[in-house]
Design a protein around this ligand. Structure first.
Ligand code: PHE
Length: 345
């Protein structure tokens, strides 16, 4: 009698071991048969009462082995079917199809223009010098020969830091002249790009923040002719080999003599258009020989050294190069505008 029961249990074990469910439905059927609430193994435990005492232990172990075998097999089947579901059918994918296009950004027109300017000046030995945007009164104004009571301060009103008449947002990159000359001995040959601020109403042509590039050259025997030639080289590299320049007398407290430089309009070939307002000339920068007072303020002997300086707005040049008619477009971050410069760099 007990041998028969042993055989019955063994046959269930063999059944489990040899069964080979494939589809998810067959696997589910396997679970119901051997592990479900009315499974085939449960009643086998009840048979133990027909087993003689000395064989009870062996029998219990055997039924437990059957139960364990069913659980192990089911786990194995489950993971195999999950893995099969995760597997991509490579045959149904066209591996040669082009991928999703990656949206590449573009450089900002101000950066493109600045890079062009830097490129041109570094080719003739200028180094790039950068300094702070939050500046003190001395470096921005006083050292640049614009003391507190000087009427030229009115030309460049700015934003002062809260509760301070001393700290301000720099109005021009000329402050870097003072920063550099107080720390370095001539010969000095730098360009200083950076952001500047003015307390001005925002319009199509002016903004309360913009970018400038300053140029500074100090050495023995530097002349106005050196400045003119340097700026002619710049203008022709920037706007084309045929470009002409024109220097008009002007005033800056920190240069003497001072000039404003125009370039012949490269858009209409100086014939007259809306960009040059039908004059054939476009103003692009201010320049001049460094005032001896400025050299003195910065600890450089004006009897030994002379130099020239110039400053230009980068937005202005970008607007000319790319014929942009409203400066605000440069600050609005509208991608429909910015995307147009994808091929410009
Ligand atoms: N700092 C002047 C400005 O912002 C430009 C300039 C720089 C003029 C250097 C002369 C020399 O308008």
């Amino acid at each position: 009698m007990s041998a028969e029961i042993f055989d019955k249990v063994k046959s269930v074990l063999a059944e489990i071991e040899t069964s080979n469910p494939q589809s998810p439905e067959e696997v589910e059927q396997f679970r119901i048969t051997y592990l479900g609430s009315k499974n085939k193994i449960k009643p086998l435990f009840g048979e133990i009462r027909h087993i003689p005492n000395e064989q009870k232990k062996e029998f219990g172990q055997l039924v437990n082995t059957v139960k364990q075998a069913a659980e192990d097999k089911f786990q194995a089947l489950k993971s195999a079917s999950e893995a099969a579901q995760d597997q991509v059918d490579l045959g149904s994918i066209d591996l040669t199809a082009p991928g999703e296009p990656i949206n590449i950004g573009s450089r900002h027109p101000v950066s493109i223009t600045l890079n062009k300017i830097i490129d041109i000046f570094t080719r003739i030995g200028f180094n790039v010098a950068e300094d702070r945007e939050i500046e003190d009164d001395w470096h921005n104004f006083t050292a640049m020969n614009t003391p507190e009571d000087h009427p030229a301060r009115d030309m460049q009103d700015t934003f002062y830091l809260k509760d301070s008449t001393e700290m301000l947002l720099r109005t021009h990159t000329s402050s870097v002249q003072a920063r550099w000359m107080t720390k370095n001995k001539p010969p000095i040959r730098i360009i200083a790009p950076g952001r500047v601020y003015r307390n001005e109403t925002i319009s199509a042509r002016s903004h309360c923040q913009f970018h400038q590039v300053e140029g500074l050259y100090v050495d023995k025997n530097v002349s106005f002719a050196d400045m003119k030639q340097t700026l002619l080289y710049f203008a022709q590299e920037m706007y084309g080999a045929e470009t002409k320049i024109r220097l008009r007398p002007s005033f800056f407290p920190f240069t003497e003599p001072s000039a404003e430089m125009d370039v012949s309009c490269f858009i209409c070939d100086a014939k007259g258009c809306s960009v040059c307002k039908y004059t054939g000339w476009v103003e692009i920068l201010g320049c001049g020989m460094i005032d001896p007072e400025v050299l003195k303020n910065c600890g450089i002997d004006p009897d030994e050294y002379t130099g020239f300086a110039f400053g230009m707005g980068i937005e202005r040049q970008a607007m000319m190069l790319y014929q942009i008619n409203d400066i605000r477009l440069l600050f609005e971050n509208d991608v429909r505008f910015l995307n147009q410069f994808k091929s410009a760099w």
